[in-house]
Design a protein around this ligand. Structure first.
Ligand SMILES: NC(=O)c1ccc[n+]([C@@H]2O[C@H](COP(=O)([O-])OP(=O)(O)OC[C@H]3O[C@@H](n4cnc5c(N)ncnc54)[C@H](OP(=O)(O)O)[C@@H]3O)[C@@H](O)[C@H]2O)c1
Length: 93
């Protein structure tokens, strides 16, 4: 089955997810892959992507919601997950 996206950054609204999304977005043109960002809050993911100058489609998924994860996997070949409930950044604020 053909999938529309090559790589997903899951947790793209997080600190590390933002960095990974920015890095991968810088490679999409030369490497020719299609990137998608994934998170549980579409608006938050879009805001965080904008902060680092990334334009990408967004899929909504929550790691506790199996159906939403299956929906992502139907559309993506590889998932880079930066999802975590143990946040480093929480302690910086
Ligand atoms: N920060 C660092 O310097 C650093 C260094 C090395 C390794 N890491 C690793 O990178 C990972 C992420 O750390 P971080 O500091 O980037 O954390 P973070 O900024 O708190 O980001 C956590 C991400 O996980 C998402 N998330 C949490 N629960 C979720 C759920 N149930 N379903 C979907 N998404 C969920 C958050 O989404 P919401 O925005 O919706 O809450 C957010 O996008 C951790 O494994 C950490 O050990 C971090």
């Amino acid at each position: 089955m053909s999938k529309p996206y090559d790589i997903a950054v899951f947790g793209a609204s997080g600190f590390t997810g933002q960095l990974v999304a920015r890095y991968l977005a810088s490679k999409t043109h030369d490497e020719g892959f299609k990137l998608v960002a994934v998170g549980r809050n579409r608006e938050k993911v879009q805001k965080r992507l904008k902060e680092v100058g990334v334009t990408a489609d967004v899929l909504v998924a929550d790691s506790t919601d199996e159906e939403s994860l299956r929906n992502v996997l139907k559309q993506v070949k590889v998932v880079a997950s930066l999802v975590s409930s143990l946040s480093f950044t929480r302690y910086l604020h």
